[in-house]
Design a protein around this ligand. Sequence first.
Ligand code: 5GP
Ligand code: MN
Length: 316
Amino acid sequence: MTLDNIIEEINNAKNIVILTHENPDGDAIGSSLAMYSALKQIGKNVDVIIPEYPKTFEFLPNSKEILKEGKNYNYDLAIALDCGDIKRLDGFSKYFEDANVKISIDHHGSNTMFADYNFVDPASPACSQILVIVLGALGVVIDKDIGTCLLTGIITDTGGFKYKGVTSETFEFVAELLNKGVNVSDVYKKVLQTVSRTRFSLMQIAINRLEFLEDGKLTFTYITKEDEQKVGAGNNDYDGIVEMGRDIEGVEVSIFLRETDNGYKISLRSNDYVNVSDICLMFSGGGHVRAAGGNINLPFEQAKAKIVEECKKHLK
Ligand code: 5GP
Ligand code: MN
């Protein structure tokens, strides 16, 4: 079984590197720091590499240990967390490829199975929830610090326990964390509720531009690099914008484009029936059935027309 292999490889390794996807969210950072603390607990040398991440997550235990660059040696083992595609390893795929053994633990349906051992469960609402099983099998004690990191991943990827992927195990785990003294309400407020002023400004711009298309079944909005400069946006301040369209009555698909150095980053969300992961596969991306992303390198009007056209094909 893959999990047995993973446990054996972790037990055999001395120097381990943890990597996650670019523009990391709460699940990416929470999973990485939970794994970092867990591997330290069982006596490993561990590096966790995340070049940039939102300030929101600086409160997480051991966030000060995050490296911007890897060390100059081959790791015995590399673990990619919450990452469906090696191209998304934040420019650090060399550390992954150079490691003697490569493991991926993830929950993206579009995972390309790029590691030696792939523990991928698309039914899990968060990579952090899969780690509850992995860390249990490793014999790690899930203490308050590790629990806070895992909870952060679960809260962010389930939109605060509200998405369909939430299982009874999600609540059982959170109940255990409450018993251990993890302040669930405080973590919830920090990672989901509190909005920075710069993020609020980007939301205002995006709301003002939001268009309803196809009888209100599609919404479209966007943010440019100039907007981000103007408001002094921080890392991932655009997070949450795509959900605003999705949450409007009658909308099936919400489209959000963000200008990058290579065209536009696409974010799609759907409500009931459109598989946005399939749509994003056409734009060298992927993700989940109701939340996915990709990239398009065309001028704005053409990029907009192409993505709107693709989404239209899937509407009933
Ligand atoms: P977001 O719209 O929040 O950036 O991403 C939604 C989901 O799709 C996340 O689970 C994210 O990891 C995934 N995703 C976003 N962009 C890409 C991409 O370019 N490639 C792949 N494979 N997944 C992506
Ligand atoms: Mn995730």
